[in-house]
Design a protein around this ligand. Structure first.
Ligand code: BES
Ligand code: ZN
Length: 569
């Protein structure tokens, strides 16, 4: 299976790297990683090995005839071209990262829960691994690796791999975007035989309680789609600046602390990242245009897990919430971004990360399931994961397999290549939501409602169902400024900004200054930017908060609020 990836300089068709040996010092004093990587490959028949880099300092390359760093492209970074002798099968690159590395976030003690020690974590997806390791940074290449990581005294390092002290080992081949490292002062609590959670001490008990159902979730997927093939499944709760909800790093999901709601109401994120152990980590998108194969399948699996562990009603609610959010986001996207197989040439692959690959992708699978029946579809999916295990595949590979193994009457071409949602798509419904819509209508007529038993999902749907929300009354009756649930609080603050409700503005500022999750920041900043006073507020807040955001979130928000003078990258 050979496909050119427009987001990598590497030429795995000529020399393919198979294994990495990382040896790194975590230098908090200089905000750099410093050390070497040994790249092992099949005996060379080509004179040049090309790897990706972004803003790395290359000190030397051992076992090579020479090397040269090419010109830096703003999206791709710079190719490192290494001259090798015929038959050569390894080189060792000594290098350091630079403090602005897009795949690293260096946190000051003040940005952590414990406030005493610095913290570092990596985020390699989509093409940020190259900012901390020179490698063939394309999901079409899979590598095994070993790591040795030195940290200052008192801090521990963890990698998304099998762990033994400062040594790490991944003996199943993974795409580079799944290579991950974190360092800080961490506690660990077991959640079961093969799962557990890492977090800073102040969060560890909350994390253990929140994630208590993890083993149940693993069993639920295993029953449907076959054994979990990665040994341990642990979670790592990161400081609040983590730009995503979660990241499915193998053996060790990275997660935002904003899902610690106290009532397990936001653990769909755990179901999601766990599901990637099949859809994504086992069967991987070969290029970023095939990203929907990762995320669409994962959202479908996530909902199946939720249904098994928490019941049908919960699953329906999540599916309807997903569909509504998809429609809302799609309305603001150009037609070319409303397709599953997206053209990303000349673009940053992070730009393709809209709800389209997630929710439209999941809807396609749900539509197939509806046509062929759950039993046949589950059998198909299980054989799909087995057939393509530890491979990277394209949309065409999936379509070929589907046509062979499970012919359907659905117009797949329309789903994959045309914008929007085809007629005849599955249409999730929730009885509980119909009730809440009636409640919302009654409330808007001035009548009381009793929210004492509402779940997070009902709250979200209630708020989103209001036609002309009376913000003052919402705050008076429900005290939403004090909401402890991050999703409800975010929904409320967004509505408050939209409706110009001043008493919420201090809370908006506090939220934007403490949380770095891009999904929360982007809508609120965008909404603020719609009025002149809002713009002024957004710029003032952003100027102060920007340094605390992850480079990935900074890049997104620079595009919305504008980079503060002198800080443009
Ligand atoms: N792999 C993604 C996160 C990601 C995507 C990082 C693209 C970089 C580029 C992860 O599995 C994910 O989808 N996270 C979601 C949560 C999920 C429940 C929809 C998120 O972070 O919001
Ligand atoms: Zn995902």
């Amino acid at each position: 299976m050979e496909h050119m990836d427009v987001h990598s300089w590497s030429r795995p068709d000529r020399i393919r790297v198979r294994h990495l040996e990382l040896d790194l010092d975590v230098r908090f004093d200089r905000k750099i990683l410093d050390g070497s990587v040994t790249l092992r490959f099949d005996p060379a028949t080509d004179p040049e090995l090309v790897v990706d880099t972004r803003d790395l300092q290359i000190h030397s390359v051992e076992n090579a005839a020479g090397f040269e760093l090419g010109e830096r492209d703003p999206i791709l970074g710079a190719p490192l071209k290494i001259q090798v002798e015929p038959g050569c099968s390894w080189v060792r690159v000594r290098y350091s990262t630079t403090p602005g590395a897009t795949g690293l976030q260096w946190l000051e003690p003040a940005q952590t829960a414990g406030k005493q020690h610095p913290f570092l974590y990596t985020q390699s997806q989509a093409i940020h691994a190259r900012s901390w390791i020179p490698l063939q940074d394309t999901p079409g290449v899979r590598v095994t690796f070993q790591g040795r990581v030195r940290t200052p005294h008192g801090l521990n390092a963890v990698m998304a791999a099998e762990r033994a002290g400062v040594h790490f080992k991944m003996d199943r081949p993974v795409p580079p975007y799944l290579i991950a490292l974190a360092a800080g002062v961490l506690e660990f609590r077991p959640l079961g035989e093969r799962c557990g959670v890492f977090a800073e001490a102040p969060l560890i008990d909350a994390a253990r309680a929140e994630f208590a159902d993890t083993e149940k979730m693993i069993r639920a997927v295993e029953e449907m789609y076959g054994p979990y093939r990665w040994g341990r499944y642990d979670l790592l709760v990161l400081p609040p600046s983590f730009p995503f909800g979660g990241m499915e790093n193998p053996c060790l999901t990275f997660a935002t602390p904003t899902i610690l709601a106290g009532d397990k109401s936001l653990v769909s994120l755990v179901a999601h990242e766990l599901a990637h152990s099949w859809s994504g980590n086992l069967v991987t998108n070969a290029t970023w245009s095939d990203f929907w194969l990762n995320e669409g399948f994962t959202v479908y699996l996530e909902r199946r897990i939720l249904e098994k562990v928490y019941g049908h009603e919960r699953e329906e609610m999540e599916a309807v919430l997903g569909r509504r959010e998809l429609d809302r986001e799609m309305a603001s996207l150009p037609e070319s971004d409303r397709v599953l197989h997206i053209d990303l040439k000349g673009r940053d692959p992070d730009d393709g990360c809209t709800l389209v690959p997630y929710e439209k992708g999941a809807l396609l699978l749900r539509t197939i399931e509806r046509e062929v029946g759950r039993e046949r579809f589950d059998r198909f999916l299980r054989s799909y994961f087995d057939h393509f295990a530890f491979q990277s595949i394209t949309t065409a590979d999936f379509l070929g397999y589907l046509r062979r193994e499970l012919p359907v009457r659905i117009d797949l071409e329309e789903w994959i290549s045309r914008p929007g949602i085809p007629a005849g798509a599955a249409d999730p419904q929730s009885g509980a939501f119909e009730q809440i819509e009636a409640d919302a209508a009654r409330w808007e007529q001035g009548k009381p409602v009793d929210p004492s038993a509402w779940s997070t999902q009902l709250w979200l749907h209630f708020l989103r169902s209001l036609k002309a929300p009376d913000l003052e009354r919402l705050e008076r009756e429900f005290r939403l400024n004090e909401a402890g649930n991050s999703e409800i609080l975010h929904q409320w603050l967004l509505m408050a900004v939209e409706g110009g409700f001043d008493p919420a503005l201090p809370r908006v500022e506090q939220f934007l200054s403490t949380v770095g999750r891009r999904k929360f920041l982007k809508p609120i900043y965008s909404e603020l930017m719609k009025t002149p006073e809002g713009q002024e507020r957004a710029r003032r807040i952003y100027e102060k908060a920007r340094a605390g955001y992850h480079p990935i979130a900074q890049a997104t928000l620079d595009g919305i609020v504008g980079a503060p003078v002198g800080q443009a990258r």
